[in-house]
Structures are given as structure tokens and as C-alpha cells.
Ligand binder design. Structure first.
Ligand code: ZN
Length: 504
């Protein structure tokens, strides 16, 4: 039914605005900002002239962490031993680490480095600099540093914070540990923390975390984890970050999809039992669909944790946090189904194919949005149909699930004169979600139509397979597309959606 569909399209727009992924920028909405299309714009030429994305000139080969969650003080404290290799080809006198916790919780701090080098802190303590002084790291040298830190977890219903109520506490731990900054083109990444989106930009590394918490706490995390007597060992090879959820009132239900262990965590709330089922079913269906259409998931496990966060969802490697609605109503089933399809899509785009999320957010958000809006909805798997039926109880002839073309026509299909590839800081609040997410997904959909399904999915799959475990830039994607189709129609699409000024 058209009315229902339109209502839901609107509802989805609202939901996704709140979806962690919303909003950036300081400019007034509606201003003629740098996202507006220009008469002469040649993103194709800019991409062809660009160098391929460089690897970081300094690599964290592995992190061994040993930390304790103190549920009285609400802190995570301990140390990390990080082994670093200088691959820049030149001596490095300094190393930069990014540690976003102090941007949210100011008492969080790196307290010590061993061996005993000088520590400096900048950017509200989110940049931690280790100064080697007269002992610079030589080219190809490996060096292990121990950073000690105390992260103060704020009482905050968000991706970094803890939720407290009569039942107990849930700790959502993102940004909780320092990580070596990316070092490209002779410059350390210094993107500021961005509350409405993501700033995290890391190469892959191997993490082992010994995480001690009271024995009553159940732990979800990136990678795989085993708990024994309050000590959880987290093993996470090839991840861009490790995130952890600790809660003393949740259980876990484990299933398997395409050989992937899917763990659905279930905080103890009666109202949400069916919603948890919907999340798990749709996560499984999304994994299966993306495996088939894009390429195999790179990890062996995916944890889904419902929690009280500002946004609709939040993606981390091997871990998805799904927002719990404050007030349950039947439409939440459908919203949860699509939100989980979006966040699972990030396992392919951001977690596997990495990008600079602050400066080129479209490279993961447009793709994750495309995954849920077009790929997942058009496939209409049984899990989504069940969420659809639950959302529409009492309206037996209605359906939320549009066909591919209906969805596009109802939701967008109107020419819009803004680019999708600007940094977070360059968009207005509404512009970020309208352009990077919605219009970004539309770009990929129109590319699919222009290229034809077979060629488009071959292109998308090879993009994924060729760049997973790496980081990629927008120019890499444009050049990749042109290898499959360099017709004027495709070049026109690229120039309509991507600003040459921001092609990196
Ligand atoms: Zn997203």
C-alpha cells in the first residue's frame, strides 16, 4: 500500500537521522555551501590524476592489552603493549596516538609510557604524542611501547558510556583505548572527535585483550571471546578497533549462518523479546545476502547487542550495537530490521574495506545505506517479511516492503544538487544525512541501473575483494568503476554526485 510505504519511508528517514550516523557541521541548513553542485565539475579527471591510497607509514603490528573494568568507579584501566614498525622510509622522532575517550570524558588519560619517553597531549588530550628525542625510530625498526591509561566511562546512554538501572549496568565501550594514528603523506591523522558521526581511521592490527570484570558481567566484543571467572580473553585479528560491551543483566543466544557464529545478546527486558528475535533473524539474512552479492564476511563471529544509545545503531568490527526504543510500538520491528541490515553492511564497508571516516564518510555510509535501502529491501528475505508483518498487524493487505524501483521512486528520484563526498565538517546538520547517506545510496543505485546488474555487482564484489583489509579512497573507487564502464553516462553520474574538489 502506497500510503503505508510512504509513511514508512518518512519514518525511516527520521529513524536514520537518529542513527548514530547523523549530522555534522556547523553551517546553517539551506546555505549555499560547498556541497552545492558547480557548473564545471570533473571528478573523473580528478580521480584519474590522483595517486592510489597510500598505506600508513607507521604500522601497529599488534596490541596486547590488559585492563580491568571497575564497576564502582566506572573506569577501565590498565595498559597496552603495542608493537610498532616504522615503514615510512625515514627516521621518526615522534609517534602519534589517537584516544577519543577524553573528548567525551575529560578525566580519561594516558598516564605513562614505557620505556620512559616524553608524553605530550594535544587536541583536548585526544592526540597523545610520544617523543623519542635523540632515539628516533629508524626505517624498518620495530619498537614495543607500553601505554598505561585510565578511561573514565561517563553515565551516558550512548556508544561510549554506561546505562544504569534497577537491573544493573551496561557498559558500551568504544573509543576507550589509545590507538596508533594513521601516518600518510608525511602527516599524522588529526581529525577531531565527531559526536554525530565517526572520526575513527585505522589500519588493521591484531589485538589480544585480557579484560577483567565482575564475574556477573556478560561480555560481547569484537573478535572472539572466552570468559572464565571474570577474566575474558578477547582475540581479534585484523580489526581497526576493539569494542566491548559488558552487562550484568543480559544473556546470549548463539546461532550459525554461512559458517559465521552469530551471537544475539538479550538484555533482560520482557518488552523486547520479539524485537531481539527480529534483530537476530535480519542480521542472519543480511550476512547471507551480502556474502552472496558482495563477498564473504571477513570474520568468524558477529555480536549483536541491543542497548540504549542516542543513535539507531553503531558499527564496530565484529560487533553491532542496536538502539532499543524508549517506547515499543509495532513499527520498531521494521525499523530494527533495516537498521541491523545497515549496520551489518558496515562490516563490509568500513570494517573490511577501510576508509577515513571523517574526511570521506561516503565511502562507508553511502555503501551501508545502499546495502539496507536497495540490496536488502529488494531481496525482501523472509526475516524482513516477518518484521513487515509484525509492523503491520491488523493491516493484513498492507506491506512495508517496496520493490526496488518503487522504493527509489517513492523515497527519492528527485534530482538534488548536492555532492555526497565532502568531509563531515563541510556539511550542514541535515545535509550530512541527506547527502552522504540518502543521496549516496541513490548514487550507487543509479550506478547499478546505468551499468546493469551483472556488471555492477561484479564491480562491487571486486571492489570489496580487492580492498578488504586495506584502506581506500574515493579516487580509487572512481577508477575502479571506470574499469567496468567508462561510458559518458557513467562519467556523468560520477560528476553529478562527487565534487572534484574533494576527490582524494
Ligand atoms: Zn552507518
Amino acid at each position: 500500500m502506497k500510503t503505508v510505504r510512504k509513511t514508512l519511508a518518512l519514518l525511516m528517514a527520521v529513524v536514520l537521522l537518529l542513527c548514530g550516523f547523523a549530522a555534522c557541521g556547523k553551517k546553517e541548513a539551506g546555505s549555499d555551501d560547498s556541497s552545492s553542485q558547480k557548473a564545471s565539475n570533473d571528478a573523473v579527471a580528478a580521480a584519474l590524476a590522483a595517486e592510489p591510497a597510500p598505506e600508513s607509514g607507521c604500522k601497529a603490528l599488534k596490541y596486547d592489552m590488559n585492563v580491568t573494568l571497575d564497576t564502582e568507579k566506572n573506569t577501565v584501566s590498565g595498559y597496552e603493549d603495542v608493537t610498532i614498525k616504522n615503514t615510512s622510509g625515514a627516521p621518526l622522532r615522534e609517534l602519534y596516538f589517537r584516544y577519543y575517550a577524553p573528548a567525551i570524558s575529560k578525566k580519561s588519560a594516558v598516564t605513562d609510557v614505557s620505556p620512559d619517553y616524553q608524553l605530550y597531549k594535544e587536541n583536548e588530550n585526544t592526540t597523545v604524542i610520544v617523543d623519542f628525542a635523540d632515539e628516533p625510530m629508524q626505517p624498518e625498526e620495530e619498537r614495543t611501547l607500553r601505554l598505561s591509561f585510565t578511561t573514565v566511562v561517563p553515565k551516558l546512554d550512548d556508544r561510549f558510556g554506561y546505562h544504569k538501572e534497577g537491573k544493573g549496568k551496561m557498559y558500551l565501550l568504544t573509543f576507550w583505548a589509545p590507538q596508533l594514528a594513521m601516518y600518510t603523506d608525511g602527516k599524522w591523522n588529526d581529525s577531531p572527535y565527531f559526536d554525530e558521526g565517526e572520526s575513527t581511521y585505522n589500519a588493521m592490527s591484531d589485538y589480544t585483550v585480557t579484560f577483567t570484570a565482575p564475574e556477573s558481567y556478560v561480555i560481547a566484543a569484537s573478535g572472539t571471546q572466552t570468559s572464565n571467572g571474570g577474566v575474558t580473553t578477547i582475540t581479534a585479528p585484523n580489526v581497526r578497533e576493539v569494542s566491548i560491551v559488558a552487562c550484568d543483566y543480559m544473556t546470549v543466544e548463539t546461532s550459525s549462518v554461512d559458517g559465521v557464529t552469530l551471537k544475539m545478546y538479550r538484555p533482560d527486558y520482557d518488552d523486547y523479546d520479539t524485537l531481539y528475535d527480529v534483530m537476530a533473524e535480519n542480521a542472519a539474512a543480511a550476512i547471507s545476502l551480502y556474502n552472496d552479492k558482495i563477498g564473504s564476511y571477513i570474520y568468524t563471529e558477529l555480536d549483536i547487542v541491543p542497548g540504549f544509545i542516542k543513535a539507531g545503531g553503531m558499527e564496530m568490527p565484529g560487533l553491532v550495537i542496536e538502539a532499543l526504543p524508549e517506547h515499543m510500538n509495532s513499527y520498531e520491528y521494521y525499523n530494527a530490521a533495516l537498521t541491523v541490515a545497515h549496520e551489518v553492511g558496515h562490516q563490509w564497508f568500513y570494517c573490511a574495506v577501510g576508509n577515513d571516516q571523517y574526511n570521506e564518510p561516503w565511502l562507508d555510509e553511502s555503501f551501508a545505506q545502499y546495502c539496507h535501502e536497495y540490496l536488502y529491501q529488494s531481496a525482501a528475505p523472509e526475516a524482513l517479511k516477518r518484521a513487515d508483518r509484525l509492523a503491520l498487524e491488523g493491516e493484513p493487505d498492507a506491506t512495508c516492503i517496496p520493490t526496488f524501483d518503487e522504493y527509489y521512486h517513492d523515497s527519492y528520484g528527485v534530482a538534488d544538487k548536492h555532492y555526497i563526498n565532502l568531509p563531515c565538517s563541510e556539511y550542514t546538520f541535515s545535509g550530512y544525512s541527506d547527502y552522504v547517506y540518502t543521496r549516496g545510496a541513490e548514487f550507487l543505485y543509479r550506478l547499478q541501473k546505468a551499468m546493469g546488474d551483472d556488471s555492477f555487482f561484479e564491480m562491487l564484489s571486486q571492489w570489496y575483494l580487492g580492498n578488504r583489509l586495506q584502506v581506500a579512497r574515493g579516487s580509487d573507487f572512481i577508477k575502479h568503476v571506470l574499469q567496468y564502464n567508462d561510458t559518458q553516462a557513467v562519467k556523468d553520474l560520477i560528476n553529478d554526485y562527487l565534487s572534484d574538489e574533494y576527490v582524494k
